[in-house]
Design a protein around this ligand. Structure first.
Ligand SMILES: Nc1ncnc2c1ncn2[C@@H]1O[C@H](COP(=O)(O)OP(=O)(O)O)[C@@H](O)[C@H]1O
Ligand SMILES: [Mg+2]
Length: 263
């Protein structure tokens, strides 16, 4: 699995009606190691999605560089799988057809492909729902389809942008545990964006705290908790200690983001 390297990376968006450009990410420096699970944590608007979208190939840096496996990224590629908050699935296709969608753009429909789709569906715990339409599924199940759809491409880098943000608390925990299980299996390089401290600490090898707009790295916390992890780890004194620290960090960044404190 390749590493992802941001070097002094900045991203600007054009300002409204001829105004000066707006910096969404400013001089981001970060090395996400091969097979590492890194969580980007920060207040809304600090540039988390922007940074992720550069890795996905949806955006180009305005200055500095971002390299995947030592190379700049030219555009989106199934080798860098993306999962968003609203599961990227088609409502008119069945679970199985959704799971096969990516590969079908590149290869013919075959028994082998169908087997692969079935395997992915099983891996995300949706066996028995192959022929269901997304409308017939719960939010958590739809997000599982989204995961199957991305994982069938066997990406070497997995990019997740608040994928469980719209789910209720219980479903969210189930999805986090599923993701941990999937990751233990083939340890992809993962960049996971969230504004949820518990989620970041439960999942990540490191938590990168981003400062309020324009986003840059404020602090990096090594999450030294044993793996494989489950939700039980959230009761550990070490977890509670790290959570307290991150809450203070995030609180001060959110105040800045809301204009309550001068940066
Ligand atoms: N396509 C765009 N055009 C103009 N401004 C944008 C665009 N995308 C994001 N921004 C701005 O960049 C900043 C960072 O946005 P984003 O990366 O979405 O933050 P986050 O994901 O941390 O909430 C915000 O101020 C947002 O309004
Ligand atoms: Mg975002």
């Amino acid at each position: 699995m390749p590493e992802v390297l941001f070097e002094d990376m900045s991203v600007e968006f054009p300002g409204p009606r001829g105004q000066a450009p707006r910096r969404a990410v400013s001089d981001l420096n970060l090395r996400v190691k091969d097979q590492e699970f890194v969580c980007l944590l920060g207040p809304s608007g600090c540039g988390k999605s922007t940074a992720l979208n550069v890795v996905a190939g949806f955006l180009q840096p305005t200055s500095g560089t971002m390299l995947v496996g030592g190379k700049p990224v030219k555009g989106p590629n199934p080798d860098r799988g993306v999962v968003f908050q609203d599961a990227n699935i088609f409502p008119w296709l069945s679970v199985e057809e959704n799971a096969m969608f990516g590969p079908l753009l590149r290869e013919r429909k075959s028994a082998k492909l169908r087997d692969r789709a079935r395997e992915m569906i099983e891996r995300v715990g949706l066996q028995g729902f192959e022929q269901h339409l997304p409308l017939e599924l719960s939010g958590g199940m739809r997000q599982r389809v989204g995961l199957a759809r991305t994982l069938i491409n066997d990406p070497s880098v997995l990019l997740m942008d608040e994928p469980f943000g719209a789910l209720d608390a219980q479903t969210r925990i189930l999805m986090q545990e599923l993701l941990l299980e999937l990751w233990e299996r083939d340890r992809k390089t993962v960049i996971f964006v969230t504004h949820d401290i518990n989620e970041a600490l439960l999942l990540g090898d490191r938590v990168v705290v981003m400062s309020a707009s324009p986003g840059r790295v404020k602090e990096v916390v090594e999450v030294d908790l044993p793996r494989p992890r489950s939700f039980d780890v959230t009761d550990e004194p070490q977890f509670i200690e790290m959570r307290k620290h991150l809450m203070e960090e995030l609180h001060s960044e959110s105040e800045k983001a809301e204009g309550l404190k001068t940066p």
